[in-house]
Design a protein around this ligand. Sequence first.
Ligand SMILES: Cc1cc2nc3c(=O)[nH]c(=O)nc-3n(C[C@H](O)[C@H](O)[C@H](O)COP(=O)(O)OP(=O)(O)OC[C@H]3O[C@@H](n4cnc5c(N)ncnc54)[C@H](O)[C@@H]3O)c2cc1C
Length: 458
Amino acid sequence: LIKKPLLQELLRIVGPENVLSTPEAMAYASKDMATSVLPKMPALVLLVHTREELIRATKACLEHGQALVVRGAGTGKSGGATPDADCVVIDISKLNRIIAIHKAGLLAELEPGVILSDFQRAVDQEGLFYPPDPASVAMCTIGGNVAENAGGPSTFKYGSTREYLLGGQAILGTGEVVDFGKRCMKGVAGYDLASLLCGSEGTLAVFCSFIVRLLPKPKDRALALFLFAKDEDALDATQAVFAGGFRPRSMEYIDSTCLEALLALGFKAIGEEACSALMIECDASVIGAAVLELKSIAHLMEQWPKSRAILAEGAARDEIFTMRKSLSEACSKYLGHKLSEDIAVPLSAIAEFGRWFKAQEQKGLKCGLFGHAGDGNLHVQIMFKSAAHQSAAEALRHQVLLQVLKKQGTLSAEHGIGLQKKDYLALEQSKALIELQKRIKSAFDPHGLLNPGKIFAS
Ligand SMILES: Cc1cc2nc3c(=O)[nH]c(=O)nc-3n(C[C@H](O)[C@H](O)[C@H](O)COP(=O)(O)OP(=O)(O)OC[C@H]3O[C@@H](n4cnc5c(N)ncnc54)[C@H](O)[C@@H]3O)c2cc1C
């Protein structure tokens, strides 16, 4: 499938042991690990170990008109790393050096294959803080995070990956290697290409390295779980937190169905009587200030008479964080099948959307909601027991997306459009806006060789 001269050049660049075409390698590269899109066989899989190899291999593909997809850890949830048929997959997971952490400059330079949790640990050891915290932190790469503009619970206070990407080096679809962005905390010279490239889902450029902003590490953190008697109480309570003038580090919602799924998975921390929960974490630069803020929030929650607060410390705190990270798995296992969506609605519409969604439960379908309530970003879970309910679940998923748009929300808050939602983009954005984005894509990648088939319906 791949032209012989190109194959020979790639063999020279990365060495025969890093040009893979075994059934195992092809199967692994044919699909993201957590996306329900059909796998597509790549033409070949390349492992690159150095920035020079990445640049030379990418340029060789481009010069031969060969389409390619870069793969980080393959944890994406929109099919971004699933290759269009006959693409070369370039695996950057071995390109994983933290080049430097500049403590005085509050920035770091790193390669795209660095695993996020490794980077966070290294930064933490320097007394610094890199906030983006997707639940896949122990698996996903910085390259994938930048390409998807990944976020997590702390996005509420600190913003997502885009807020931390200052610049880096990238290969365009023309083969040009460009240094984009800056090392300064401010700067408005030219267009803000770092912001544009962040979230571009591998369709505009191949990233070779990044410069990211760091923060001083908060000295104090405090976590509490607020339990409520009704699903909607916890969503209404988010409004009270905003109105009270608080900005916690995170504010995570878990509804009754998702709590049941967690109990079924063996998490007992919450107890069986709770109906919904808000997991709120505060942090501060002064010791004691985080607990103080949490106590003020607890005071606000007293307006829901049946609510109760658990201040989580030590092992209980670790269990609650693990529980939060296990929600997606718990919902997958609860009835055996699920469809999930990663939507956001305006903050003022979050409780109303939650009520609407829960009212859609029907025979054979359970509706669960969890997610980053502080950002209006809810992970919608449609759970079902047997394949017989698949088409009803898909019909409901369709209704969910329409309802989100009706509420002026967005189809994807953090997982990207990729393959999974490209047919829906035209429902959210006008034709003129989509055409403008396609022209931007052409400027970066005139021959359409970088991650083809993603974001825009053909
Ligand atoms: C259990 C689980 C929990 C998750 N939780 C969250 C969450 O809380 N928040 C969140 O935002 N996401 C979450 N995700 C989704 C996923 O982890 C993120 O999108 C992550 O950023 C993907 O990183 P990756 O290394 O796996 O990238 P991949 O899946 O390998 O790739 C994703 C995209 O990035 C592109 N890409 C990767 N590297 C480069 C590069 N060097 N140059 C150009 N393009 C590149 C790929 O081509 C692809 O389009 C979760 C996923 C799982 C499985």
